[in-house]
Design a binder for this molecule. Structure first.
Ligand SMILES: Cc1cc2nc3c(=O)[nH]c(=O)nc-3n(C[C@H](O)[C@H](O)[C@H](O)COP(=O)(O)OP(=O)(O)OC[C@H]3O[C@@H](n4cnc5c(N)ncnc54)[C@H](O)[C@@H]3O)c2cc1C
Length: 445
């Protein structure tokens, strides 16, 4: 079996199968190969807390080899799938390298490469924008925000100070709202350490093209979040787009223009680009067409033999939404992966397959220390109780008991000591100091 992607869906499928097929995997009767470019799973819903510094970056990733000792884990990228020939091409090269491609043959395919950020041809975005989908980006954004406070506190240039203290986020889904709210909370706290900065000097702007924030949440909870952000002086611009970020000058569709040294792009996702290089049928949004039992649907609507899919890349009908595809979120990805593994085993044993009937989505978003919004079975929660619930839910969902303990320890320690708000921006230029030594040896003319 070949599993593409070691994220929420891919890792969970492999884990469940490993638990059931351990002896067969160890004796070589079955073989599971998981291909993933990173040697770890990234648990995205907790990235905002990494940016805020309440969770150690290493604790939101789950190492694949240690978690899957009975599977073959390849740190590589699948670049093409020819399912008719049961063949996949993989590339183990780092970005910029070439010549490390090979071919893999399989009997059963599980496709779970997730989604990627949807970018737009906005002038200046490629040069000045920051993404927020990887651990590296979360750490880098944290360092960047803290560096802006240092810069604003040090400079005597009022324009530079103003642009350093202006933070723009584009896209108000849970990635954008969560990251902005956590960083605003962290930066507000950090200003206490500066003699010449006040929390009110910071300007946070959230730009959203549609008429509401948090489309994943109920309208009431989204409205509450909007009210809380505005109460915290976040400038939320609905039905507005970013037209240009050239020279770090933000131009919005409502006509406003202002300088900002921080631009974070979280404006939606699209299915993983790999899907355009397979012979698997896609729906109008570029996701793999799936049957409710998670088998891939062929062009005739019948199951395609030996092909399964789950997670963000899969258009799985949601019975609760009149058959529209499930929203791309971690809750669906994890639940679909559980069912996919069970159905795979049932199919092998000649038993009936079950359809995907998700629980009502119980979303939640953390908005800083002690603040969150959350859906519950009985309604909605806000404030500290929602925050505890949000943390408990994600601890339970995280597919690694060891990581759960580590994150719990991070939270306990964060409660005991003062928040850590020092920028380690120098780790992004580890050779700078060393290279400066050579400049001193050979001073220019
Ligand atoms: C910042 C952020 C915050 C989020 N917050 C929430 C939240 O609060 N609640 C919630 O429910 N959801 C949240 N989500 C969405 C959630 O993380 C995803 O819906 C979920 O991870 C989807 O699981 P998946 O397995 O389909 O994809 P992923 O978990 O993204 O895993 C896909 C994996 O496939 C790998 N891959 C991609 N291409 C290839 C290839 N060609 N070959 C091999 N491997 C490949 C990728 O490297 C990746 O590791 C958030 C997402 C982000 C980015």
């Amino acid at each position: 079996m070949l599993i593409i992607g070691g994220g929420c869906a891919g890792l969970t499928v492999a884990l469940r199968l490993q638990q059931t097929l351990r002896t067969r995997l160890r004796t070589g009767q079955d073989e599971i190969t998981l291909v993933e470019p990173q040697p770890y799973l990234t648990y995205h819903p907790l990235l905002a807390e990494v940016a805020a510094g309440t969770i150690d970056p290493r604790h939101v990733v789950v190492p694949l080899r240690r978690t899957l000792p009975d599977c073959r884990v390849l740190t590589a990228r699948v670049t093409r799938v020819d399912h008719a020939a049961r063949r996949a091409r993989i590339d183990a090269a780092a970005p910029g390298e070439s010549g490390l491609t090979s071919e893999l043959h399989y009997d059963v395919l599980v496709v779970a490469p997730g989604s990627v950020s949807r970018t737009a041809p906005v002038p200046g975005l490629a040069e000045h924008g920051l993404g927020f989908a990887t651990v590296g980006e979360a750490v880098s954004l944290r360092n960047h925000v803290l560096e802006q406070l240092d810069l604003a506190s040090t400079t005597r240039d009022p324009e530079l100070r103003q642009s350093a203290l202006t933070f723009v986020f584009v896209g108000a889904g849970y990635a954008g709202v969560g990251a902005l709210a956590e960083l605003e909370d962290m930066a507000r706290y950090a200003t206490k350490g500066y003699h010449n900065l006040q929390a009110d000097d910071l300007r946070w702007v959230l730009v959203e093209a549609t008429g509401r924030i948090l489309p994943e949440e109920s309208p009431e909870l989204a409205d509450h979040t909007l009210a809380e952000l505005r109460e915290r002086s976040v400038d939320v611009r609905l039905r507005t787009t970013l037209e240009s970020a050239a020279d770090r000058m933000m131009t919005l569709s409502d006509g406003s223009r202002f300088a900002a040294r921080t631009l974070v792009w979280t404006a939606g996702t699209r299915p993983a680009p790999l899907l355009n290089h397979t012979d698997l049928p896609l729906d109008g949004n570029g996701r793999i067409r799936c049957l409710p039992d998670l088998r891939v649907a062929g062009p005739d609507g019948l199951p395609l033999a030996g092909a399964w899919a789950a997670g963000d890349c899969a258009a799985v009908p949601d019975p609760g939404a009149e058959g529209a595809p499930c929203a791309p979120n971690a809750q669906h990805a994890l639940a679909q992966a559980d069912l996919l593994a069970a159905n795979l085993l049932a199919a092998a044993a000649g038993q009936a397959l079950r359809d995907y009937h998700p629980d009502r989505p119980y979303c939640s978003t953390s908005l800083g220390v002690g603040r969150a919004v959350a859906h519950t079975r009985r309604g909605q929660l806000t404030g500290r109780r929602a925050w505890w619930l949000h943390r408990a839910r994600h601890l339970r969902r995280l597919p690694s008991p060891e990581r759960r303990v580590r994150i719990l320890t991070d939270w306990l320690l964060a409660g005991l000591f003062r928040r850590e708000v020092v920028s380690l921006g120098s780790v992004e230029h580890p050779r700078a100091e060393f290279e400066a030594g050579f400049t001193d040896l050979h001073p220019g003319p």
